[in-house]
Every structure is written in structure tokens, then in C-alpha cells.
Design a protein around this ligand. Structure first.
Ligand SMILES: *Cc1c(COP(=O)(O)O)cnc(C)c1O
Length: 214
């Protein structure tokens, strides 16, 4: 299936309040352009250098989402333009984003990543750390906390995936008043987005189902 057909299919299927992020990591400019021409504006990348290179050559009205693990020394490269940083998983990273925002007078939108999976390899705050991070957001002037992000365990057990997403939604509801006018819950990828939407996701990050496997 072509990228444009795949995107149209998602649009038909998704509830109105769910935003589709087209995850274009490792994919060429030409495919992103094809998606753009269907009206797609939200794109996700997980590597800073690739994100910057693509941003430089693609249209200015694309909303770029940094969805991967972000190193502190690279925040400065994306601070001027990034639409949303999904993977904020430490206070030190939060402080660095604040520092870069202050330098350029830009309040930077972020999602706090919560560790809900059973895999140690995945990043994110536990529920105590999350509380601390939210308190920190309230004193950091150049951070705009917009919501939460999480990744479920990579498993075929969809009941487990649903339980993990449900836990994340519970935390999201608990802290929603801290997340501004449009609270965002970023959960769901190609393999589990349906479960995620059932559990209250407002933003799904889809790569392989749009662009093919990597
Ligand atoms: C790659 C990636 C996705 C998209 O994964 P697919 O399974 O290809 O849809 C979503 N979220 C994050 C954080 C990713 O790194």
C-alpha cells in the first residue's frame, strides 16, 4: 500500500480527538513529502541529527515531534523549532530544556515519559518521580508541560498492554490540570494503537503501518 493510501485509511478509522503522528525515522524525504501532500503535518523522529536534517529541507509548517530518547547535549539543536518533545524522562533533561528555552525566549512543549512496561530497556519516570517532575515543571518558566507519553511492553498479550496503558491513563487523569488547555496522552504504535485508543490515548505514533517496515 502507498503511504498516502495508508494515511487515508488511518484518518477514516481514527476518532476525531486522536492525533496521528507519522513516524518517519530512517525514511527518505520523498516519502515524507508524499505524506505531506495528503495533508499530514505531524511527523515524528527519534534521532536529533536526522530530525534537524529533515526539518531544514522540508516545509516550515510541519510539526516535528521528537519521540526518541533525548540526550541533554543535543537539546539545543531542536529547541528553536521542535513542536513537542515526547520522551522527557529525567529532571536533568527537563532543566536543560528549560535552559535552552530561556536562551531563545521560547517556552518548549514537552510530554513526561512514564515507565509503564515490564521491560527495563524502556525509559521513563515511575509514579513518585513523575510527581516530582510535575512539581519541577511548575517552577521552570520555559517548560510547557502538555501531558504524558508511554510505551507498553512488546508482547502479544494485549490484556497486559491494556493494563499498562490503563495505568498510564490513570496518572494522566490525576495530573491533567497541570497540562494546559489541550492535555495530551501519547500512547500507541503500529502494533498496539487500537488498545491505546480504547484506553484513552489522544496521540498515536505510527511508523511501520504507514511507511513499511524498517
Ligand atoms: C519507532 C517508534 C514508534 C513507531 O513504531 P511503529 O511500530 O513503527 O509504529 C513509536 N514511538 C516511538 C517512541 C518510536 O521510537
Amino acid at each position: 500500500m502507498s503511504v498516502s493510501a495508508a494515511i487515508e485509511n488511518f484518518r477514516k478509522e481514527l476518532p476525531q480527538n486522536v492525533t496521528l503522528i507519522a513516524v518517519s525515522k530512517t525514511k527518505p524525504i520523498s516519502l515524507i513529502q508524499e505524506a505531506y501532500e495528503t495533508g499530514q503535518r505531524d511527523f515524528g523522529e527519534n534521532k536529533v541529527q536526522e530530525l534537524v536534517e529533515k526539518q531544514e529541507v522540508l516545509p516550515d509548517d510541519i510539526r516535528w515531534h521528537m519521540i526518541g530518547h533525548l540526550q541533554r547535549n543535543k537539546v539545543k539543536y531542536i529547541a528553536p523549532f521542535v513542536h513537542l518533545i515526547h520522551g522527557v524522562d529525567s529532571l536533568r533533561l527537563l532543566k536543560e530544556i528549560n535552559k535552552q528555552g530561556a536562551k531563545i525566549n521560547r517556552c518548549i512543549p514537552v510530554l513526561l515519559q512514564v515507565h509503564v512496561s515490564q521491560e527495563d530497556t524502556k525509559f521513563g519516570f515511575d509514579s513518585n518521580e513523575l510527581k516530582e517532575a510535575i512539581n519541577e515543571c511548575n517552577v521552570l518558566e520555559w517548560i510547557k508541560p502538555c501531558g504524558l507519553m508511554g510505551m507498553a511492553t512488546f508482547t502479544s498479550d494485549l490484556n497486559q498492554v491494556a493494563r499498562e496503558f490503563q495505568g498510564l491513563k490513570g496518572l494522566f487523569d490525576q495530573y491533567q490540570s497541570n497540562f494546559g488547555e489541550n492535555p495530551t496522552l501519547s500512547m500507541g504504535m503500529s502494533g498496539d494503537y487500537k488498545v491505546a485508543i480504547d484506553q484513552g490515548s489522544t496521540m498515536i505514533r505510527i511508523g511501520s503501518s504507514l511507511f513499511g517496515s524498517r
